[in-house]
Design a protein around this ligand. Sequence first.
Ligand code: SF4
Length: 441
Amino acid sequence: MAQSADSINVFTISLGCPKNRVDTERLLGALGPAMVPVDEVADAHLALINTCGFIQPAVEESVNAILDAVRDAGEAETSTGRRPVVAVAGCLVSRYGQDLRAELPEVDLWLSTDELERWPDMAAKALAAVTRADAPRRLSTGPAYAYLKISEGCSHNCRFCTIPSIRGPHRSRPVAPLLSEARELAAQAPEIIVVGQDSTSYGSDLGDGNTIKDLVTGLAALPGLAWLRLMYLYPAGLTDDLLAFLRQIGAPLLPYFDIPLQHAHPDVLGSMGRPFARNPRKVIDRVRAHFPEAALRTTFIVGYPGETDEHFEHLMRFVEETRFHHLGVFPYWAEDGTPAAAMDNQVDEAIKLARRDALMALQADISREIMETHVGETLPVLIEAPSPEWPGLYVGRTWFQAPEVDGVTYVSAPPETELALGTIVDVEIEKADTYDLSGLV
Ligand code: SF4
């Protein structure tokens, strides 16, 4: 059934005695005139099970009703991306509250019979989250690009990182709701940028057989999408099989590879708990074997506990040889509660900063040389904004420049010509700076 933005669709099961039914009616009444009864959990914003715990058969019946609702809510999420709130009230909660909470973490709200007056408030808060999720996104990133978050959390265990403990294990959003969100985004902006803690692991937790390949296939077919950029490609996930697949996908997928390596020396990588092959050269060679034209971005941490001068020199040589288009360098920061923070061979702050500066200086030279190779070329540039200072000048990005982290391309338009924001124009590149390009339409 269709959902109106103003209605609260409620699926209800009321078990046990008439007193319980009255409680159920009160709970429903407290939701106000927006409440619309529905017959299936899949159609609901809220699934309310009012239980009975009087005798053992009633307990079993109640538990089965809860399990059914939890299962149906999970299936609804898989097919629509919106999970109904599951609320359980009544005598069973009063009788077995704590045990039930531990056994059934999928239930969102528990309400014992002496907590009924808290219901309107609890329900309103839980429903605010789920009904908001129905609302279309309003882009905050302007008319050129939109981020698509494909997963939450991370199941790797890098010893310097707090993400797994804060955000929990890797959980992928199902393909269908991602594609419908992306379709809306592509109608508003020509570029979609896929983000997640590890995009290559996408789908491994879904249990429906879908992987990053299925998602990319669907995204690449979206009408109106000009550029598709994948960020956060965990090195071990960039297998020959995936790379061959990405190659044959072609446009709108950009040959842009953001591969967070964090270090290049095998000892440091081992100590960081990064379980991919200890030689990151291999993944770079693999990418370039499939995409000789690839633009590579990575990030490194310098001054990780135990990083010696020799380890750092190894990293410098690796950067010199690899010639990344873009590089982020971060001095190691000891995050509370991480294993790396407890290591006793911490590196002096001044050394960390000096290493960061040395690596960035090396990359500045490499970046300028790479940018200079583009002078004289005609490149597609996505126009993002007019320059605030110079009439006729625009700020945009070409395919190897991701927003917020890479350089930009300044575009001069002929006099009296206005370039529409969010369009892609051919730009003749005239000048290269360390990180930016400039050219003419
Ligand atoms: S650094 Fe990245 S891959 Fe490693 S645990 Fe943190 S989020 Fe996961």
